[in-house]
Design a binder for this molecule. Sequence first.
Ligand SMILES: Cc1cc2nc3c(=O)[nH]c(=O)nc-3n(C[C@H](O)[C@H](O)[C@H](O)COP(=O)(O)OP(=O)(O)OC[C@H]3O[C@@H](n4cnc5c(N)ncnc54)[C@H](O)[C@@H]3O)c2cc1C
Length: 234
Amino acid sequence: MAELSQPATVLSVTDLTPHVRQLVVKPNRTKISFQPGQWVSLKLPIGPKPPLNRAYSMADLSSPSGELTLVFDRVLGGLGSNYLYQLKPGDEIPLSGPYGNFVLPQPLDRELLLIARYTGLVPIRCLLKQIFFAELQTPVLLIALAPHEEEVLFHQEWLTMAMQHRSFRYLPLVAQNGEAEAVEKAVAMLTPPVKGQPKVVPMLCGTKAFVRPLRTYFTEGGYDRKEVKVETYD
Ligand SMILES: Cc1cc2nc3c(=O)[nH]c(=O)nc-3n(C[C@H](O)[C@H](O)[C@H](O)COP(=O)(O)OP(=O)(O)OC[C@H]3O[C@@H](n4cnc5c(N)ncnc54)[C@H](O)[C@@H]3O)c2cc1C
């Protein structure tokens, strides 16, 4: 069940790319236990009618000490993300949670196809950590989109994962236009539909402009809408 709002203290601030930052925060009162793929709501003391609520997914598994790892990009002119960008260790932000259903399906008996753009990769990172921590043998294909080469998130981590786990395949793509089309081509090549074979489990995350055409691609390819798990950011 979601907890009431409580203050959380910023423990650390780390730049992951030129436009993506990580905050590790610790709720001051009650530990937030969450499932990988879930998010918390930050209550930011800004905007015309504060608080301004903004959702951020957990990038790392639940820790015994209750720290939460949040990762976000600086949206041009974005009120919330620019406020978060000026936080320093020791600052406090109210938050509540956890929320959300972008979690691994149970049982996980088919190949998992994870597709995300930019910070849409944040909950996916947490899901992948869950899969490999639990030593699940389910095959996983990750297609990770970035807007620029220097903005490829968690790249090194996933190269290492791909070397360590035979069941994991990782395809990074850099594109500023035609992202959905690039993904569709990759999906057709890497997980070609085979008649009579079970389908993959698609999980998509990012802004609507990225996620919606891909969901249509899967539903037009024979998937029920509810078989395609999506998390949209805007
Ligand atoms: C369930 C959920 C989980 C989320 N998890 C994360 C996360 O882990 N990391 C993260 O960076 N963001 C996440 N978001 C998005 C986040 O809540 C904010 O919307 C984002 O930081 C932009 O807020 P802002 O106030 O700076 O921008 P706003 O002033 O609200 O402007 C948003 C505008 O910027 C565009 N935009 C560009 N990039 C983004 C983006 N990354 N997210 C949203 N809109 C964008 C939108 O299309 C929209 O037009 C999540 C959103 C939801 C609903």
